[in-house]
Design a protein around this ligand. Structure first.
Ligand code: CTP
Length: 408
């Protein structure tokens, strides 16, 4: 399950197991989630605020009163995809069950509609106390998810039930809760799918200093990667440019067409969707000099000549080896006969969809923040997308891919 970009509030209360919440926090952040930690006064006696602030995605919050905004609990509660309290003390369970919201964590818990997971940890006697069990029952009946404590060594050397669940079980509960949320959210329609996107123009070396390249900025490819990630996909971005990648995406940096092919081909069979937004060079120098060519040895007595050879069009290979169910998307940047050329490429490369754009049109194509495209699909349907920002174009491209998957 992809936690990338998910907003998780991590509540930590005052129990000895508070140190294990550090591990939960680290795992969530490593998986690309945005973690906002809240500590109670009790928690601060067990672990340092600095530890959480350093590991989490935003500084730890401990009070209803120390943010500029007077309502931090509603910001945290409304913005969360899920809230997890680990460890949850008997006091927290009691306050939450009765709606007694005298601190930031309890106020946030009742200011949210997101799923809430509580992970109790306490001594066996407390865990078994009827008041604790009754509070848990109340919370369970309201849909709160309980990750029960495990058996083992407790603080002070006692052994029994009450140890905080293992961090991996807590993370798994978070993932399950998010899957339920996703099932109810149509905008998370790529959850669990592997999506590979290529972006940017390749650079083909002439010598160690000079390259042949093209004007692709990579913006459209990055926008597609960001849209796919926001809709829940596991995104791999193979790129020639250094831009802000969507959080959680696996980024593979490449330079030339041959590098891009070497990065993409081994991953191709495991992808549900491949979008080849990169402007792959069609030609490269036959010989790459191993030292910088001097002016006088290269075109000294007239126009310089660099002998070019075609690069390998690996989109053709991807089309030929396309696994069942995979949606393969190409791009066609054209200056004339846009649709005719795009349809030719769609058929020749065995694509499901081609995003055709007239790079000569005002505001469209290379380097711009906007674009205007025609989505040409193998089913014969053309869909014009009028001039708009590249993220909106990305949304149309992903929508078209989702429709193709539905009839595959
Ligand atoms: N492509 C590729 N490998 C290449 C060249 C292109 O995988 N060596 C991919 C591009 O990423 C793009 C699609 O093929 O998605 C179309 O690229 P384009 O250069 O427009 O197509 P060509 O078939 O090379 O046609 P032409 O250059 O004649 O327009």
């Amino acid at each position: 399950m992809n936690l990338a970009g998910r907003r998780i509030v991590l509540g930590v209360t005052g129990g000895i197991a508070a140190y294990k919440a550090i591990e939960v926090c680290r795992r969530l952040v490593d998986a690309g989630a945005h973690v906002a930690p809240i500590m109670t006064e009790g928690a601060k006696r067990f672990v340092g605020e600095t530890t959480f602030s350093a590991l989490a995605s935003e500084p730890v919050q401990t009070s209803l009163w120390d943010e500029d905004s007077p309502i931090p609990h509603t910001r945290l509660g409304q913005g969360a995809d899920v809230i997890v309290v680990a460890p949850a003390t008997a006091r927290l369970l009691s306050a939450y069950a009765s709606g007694y919201s005298d601190d930031l964590l309890t106020a946030t818990l009742i200011a949210t509609r997101a799923p809430v997971i509580v992970c109790p940890a306490m001594h066996t006697e407390m865990w078994e106390h009827p008041s604790v069990q009754a509070n848990l029952e109340t919370l369970r009946s309201r849909g709160v998810i309980i990750v029960p404590p495990a058996e083992g060594r407790l603080a002070g050397g006692d052994v029994g039930t009450g140890r905080l669940a293992d961090p991996s079980d807590i993370v798994a509960a978070i993932e399950r809760a998010l899957l339920v949320v996703d099932g109810e959210r149509p905008d998370r329609d790529l959850v669990g799918l592997n999506v590979l996107v290529t972006a940017g123009g390749t650079r083909e070396a002439i010598d160690p200093v000079r390259v042949i390249t093209n004007r692709s900025s990579g913006k459209q490819g990055y926008a597609i990667a960001a849209e796919a990630a926001a809709r829940g996909a596991n995104v791999t971005l193979v790129t020639t440019v250094d831009r802000q990648a969507p959080s959680g995406a696996t980024v593979i940096d490449v330079v030339s067409a041959a590098d891009m092919e070497a990065a993409v081909m081994p991953l191709s069979q495991s992808q549900d969707i491949i979008v080849m937004a990169a402007a792959v060079a069609d030609f490269r120098p036959v010989v790459v000099a191993d030292r910088k060519l001097k002016k006088d040895e290269f075109g000294a007595d007239g126009p310089a000549r660099i002998l070019l050879e075609p690069t390998h069009d690996f989109l053709v290979d991807l089309g030929a080896r396309k696994p069942t169910g995979q949606v393969l998307v190409g791009f066609a940047a054209e200056t004339d006969n846009v649709l005719e050329n795009a349809r030719g490429k769609l058929a020749r490369k065995n694509l499901d969809l081609i995003v055709a754009n007239d790079v000569g049109a005002p505001g469209a194509g290379f380097e711009h923040d906007t674009n205007e495209v025609v989505l040409v699909s193998a089913t014969g349907m053309d869909h014009n997308v009028a001039l708009t920002d590249k993220r909106s174009i990305a949304r149309h491209v992903i929508d078209a891919i989702v429709s193709i998957r539905a009839v595959h």
